[in-house]
Ligand binder design. Structure first.
Ligand code: NI
Length: 658
């Protein structure tokens, strides 16, 4: 992590023209919020700041401000863990006043906030110092405890006594490195599971299911620091030498402008946000001054493993809700993570003392050529018109233990949007006896297997298609029955079912028929008289394998249906609710839709889940080639024609019209 910015080092928020109510908290504001809580709430010496983030104004307040009204009051939401009390507190701090003041504060019973970064590191040393763990490692022939990796896997509520009111738990697993540059994931320690209590910083339990030999074969993906080529078995000859330079040059600079957190690119206009829990957030997305989305964010991730062995079955991680992906965001490198004319935005988050931490280059902005936008050849005379497509890319990358997740929002010149997650990093693995074929996974190296698992991503889309009065249709292409309307059997139509209320708001995909969901504004018509709309095109929906009613299914109920729709509520932000860590479930979407609110011609929020069944391939080892998944949002009647018709003809002699 990056340097700590002292709250005193920066002044109060400058009244710059770019300041907007949705701008992330500044370092000064984070410091002021924490100071107010410390001063007014008499925190104990063991109190820790989990999150200090912007408490966003309501959609109504933001729109009023943009229409020339006064700025809503700046507020911060603060979550504190009082370790000595074993209690969680949350509250709202008003930043507009100097000094900031605590407007509300309450103890939240029976919950565990996210695991804090400082707890990861403390857990590693705690486990290394435990005599039971040390004995178990000696039984496996390991005596150099310093060269071990203790990954902070969360502790799901899989047995009595592990609930959020029973303790603040983590269930780390162990790997071994030959030296500090070695890829330790090549050497998993099977059957050794520790349970620690983070409030008391004690090892509660060490489970040892029997010493299994630790795989010894190295699996390094880089030669950095490694002198013996045997230790980089996958490319002993070094990097390939037949790759010539490919430079992206934009001599006149990029076509986008960034002013603070305000991004403008051709007809697109939006604001960038960043929170410690969600990382990258987009706000106020509009095209040609017409609004499309008020707020777009990743609301949760879930990675359940499908292997019942003791080391694997508790790998049921809610990576966002249990850890906070904003806190794990990478500082990106010029020309490495993005290519071309790049602009970066920093991420500002809190540390656990309540100080601001600036994460340099957390968000990357750049544009890419994306092949052709459209083309037609008049075959009679050869006259050709072709246009290229360009896209605006807004991205960030996080490291969650062994995995990397790279998040991309793409804006296109034809008014469409795309969200993509690229999965990469190192698989979390286990040990298998030589020559054995693991039933629940794939061998990737001698003695090492990758267990079957699923990755789910839930994106919250607070829609505003030409304003806040929207409705959602489920559209299912359907063949017509035989009869007078279908005499030769070719006819099909689209069946549109209006989602009227939250009782109907859990929807399933139908990939073979190509079902999609349409978010329409019935009060705004295009030039053809059709209601303006966008459609959500699901591209990577999967069924959960968690048995209904199981701990796995309950803790992440959002995976039971790819689409949920709710009425807008500023406090309904996360598919698994505010406190999913160790929760038995029930929070988030199941609680939101239980309100039974109407969804017609109102302010609607879509919650879409996509994912992938990760059946590990040998090619995923030792580091996984990126695996992209996601979805698209396409205008459907939002325009009355191709919005990219005015893309300029390509420059240069090599592709002029004939
Ligand atoms: Ni995976």
């Amino acid at each position: 992590m990056a340097s700590v910015v002292s709250p005193a080092a920066e002044g109060r928020r400058p009244a710059s023209a770019s300041a907007h109510p949705l701008d992330p908290l500044t370092p000064a504001e984070i410091g002021a919020a924490a100071a107010a809580v410390k001063a007014e709430r008499g925190l104990g010496p063991d109190a820790r700041f989990v999150y200090v983030s912007l408490y966003e104004p309501t959609k109504h307040e933001v729109i009023a401000f943009e229409q020339g009204g006064s700025a809503p009051e700046r507020q911060a939401k603060v979550v504190v863990r009082e370790r000595a009390e074993r209690a969680t507190y949350e509250g709202i701090v008003v930043l507009a006043e100097d000094p900031a003041t605590v407007a509300s504060w309450r103890r939240v019973p029976g919950v565990q906030p996210s695991v804090m970064p400082e707890e990861f590191l403390a857990a590693e040393n705690l486990v290394r110092g435990d005599p039971r763990w040390q004995d178990a490692m000696r039984r496996r022939g390991v005596t150099d405890f310093g060269n071990t990796m203790i990954d902070p896997w969360s502790s799901p509520n899989t047995a009595p006594g592990l609930g959020p009111g029973d303790g603040r738990f983590l269930r780390p697993l162990t790997w071994v490195m030959s030296d500090e540059d070695d890829n330790g994931y090549a050497h998993p320690v099977e059957g050794l599971i520790t349970l620690i209590d983070l409030d008391t910083m004690t090892v509660v339990e060490v489970e040892d299911h029997g010493a299994v030999p630790i795989p010894e074969r190295p699996a390094n993906y880089s030669a950095r620091g490694i002198t013996d080529p045997e230790n980089v078995p996958h490319f002993p000859a070094g990097p390939r030498r037949d790759v010539k330079p490919l430079d992206i040059t934009q001599p006149d600079g990029p076509s986008f402008t960034v002013d603070g957190y305000h991004l403008r690119w051709q007809k697109w206009d939006l604001r960038i946000g960043f929170t410690p829990r969600e990382g990258l957030v987009l706000h106020r997305i509009s095209y040609d001054t017409r609004s499309i989305i008020h707020r777009a964010s990743l609301s949760e991730m879930f990675v359940p493993y499908g292997d019942p062995s003791p080391t694997q079955y508790r790998k049921l991680v809610l990576d966002e809700g249990e850890y906070g992906i904003g806190l794990m965001t990478n500082s990106l490198e010029l020309g490495c993570d993005c290519l071309g004319e790049i602009r970066y935005l920093d991420g500002v988050v809190n540390d656990n003392d309540g100080n601001a931490v600036t994460m340099p280059n957390a968000i990357c902005l750049h544009e890419e050529d994306h092949g052709i936008a459209w083309k037609h050849v008049n075959f009679r005379n050869g006259y050709t018109e072709v246009r290229r497509m360009r896209r605006m890319v807004i991205s960030s990358i996080v490291t969650v233990g062994n995995y990397e997740y790279a998040y991309y929002w793409y804006l296109y010149q034809d008014g469409s949007l795309q969200y993509e997650v690229k999965l990469t990093g190192v698989i979390s693995n286990g040990v298998v006896a030589d020559g054995e074929d693991p039933r629940h996974g794939t061998v990737v190296a001698p003695g090492v297997y990758g267990p079957n698992h699923q990755h789910f991503f839930n994106v919250r889309l607070d829609m505003a298609v030409d304003g806040a009065s929207n409705r959602v249709y489920e559209v299912t292409p359907t063949a017509l029955p035989e009869g007078p309307g279908n005499p030769v059997g070719n006819a099909w139509v689209t069946e549109e079912a209006l989602i009227e209320n939250e009782d109907q708001a859990r929807r399933d995909a139908d990939p073979l028929r190509g079902r999609y969901w349409k978010i329409a504004n019935d009060g705004v018509r295009n030039a053809l008289g059709q209601p303006v709309a966008y459609k959500l095109v699901p591209e990577h929906t999967i069924a959960p394998f968690a048995r209904p009613g199981s701990v796995v299914a309950e803790r992440a109920a959002f995976i039971s249906h790819p689409l949920w729709v709710t009425a807008y509520d500023r406090d309904e932000m996360f598919a698994t609710g505010d406190y999913p860590n160790q929760s038995a479930g029930g929070g988030g979407l199941p609680a939101y839709v239980a309100k039974g609110r109407g969804l017609v011609d109102t302010d609607v929020v879509l919650w879409f889940t996509f994912g992938t069944n990760h059946v590990v391939r040998p090619e995923d080892w030792p580091v996984m080639p990126v695996h992209p998944i996601g979805f698209r949002l396409l205008p459907v009647g939002f325009f009355a024609g191709n919005p990219a018709l005015d893309n300029p003809p390509p420059a240069g002699d090599h592709c002029h019209n004939h």
